[in-house]
Design a protein. Structure first.
Length: 82
């Protein structure tokens, strides 16, 4: 589950980068819920893991949180949130 949370975080970060391009900012409306689900999934994966190395799960948490926060900032600056 830790590896899956890392992959989810990478996909959320790629979606965030794509949404920074002009005329693609509305992709954040899909990427923010995707990142939120990934964040929840990553937290559950890290909390329930019995492995001593939880780096992949923590990286998933960081990437999903970063994608969600920067996506919200991009929507606010671009006028996507009224």
């Amino acid at each position: 589950m830790l590896t899956l949370s890392l992959v989810w975080g990478i996909l959320a970060a790629v979606g965030m980068i794509i949404a920074f391009f002009p005329c693609l900012g509305s992709l954040n409306w899909l990427n923010i819920p995707f990142s939120a689900l990934g964040l929840i999934f990553s937290i559950v994966a890290v909390a329930t893991s019995k492995q001593p190395q939880k780096g992949a799960g923590v990286a998933g948490i960081v990437l999903c949180a970063l994608a969600m926060i920067l996506g919200l900032i991009r929507l606010a600056l671009g006028g996507g949130i009224l």
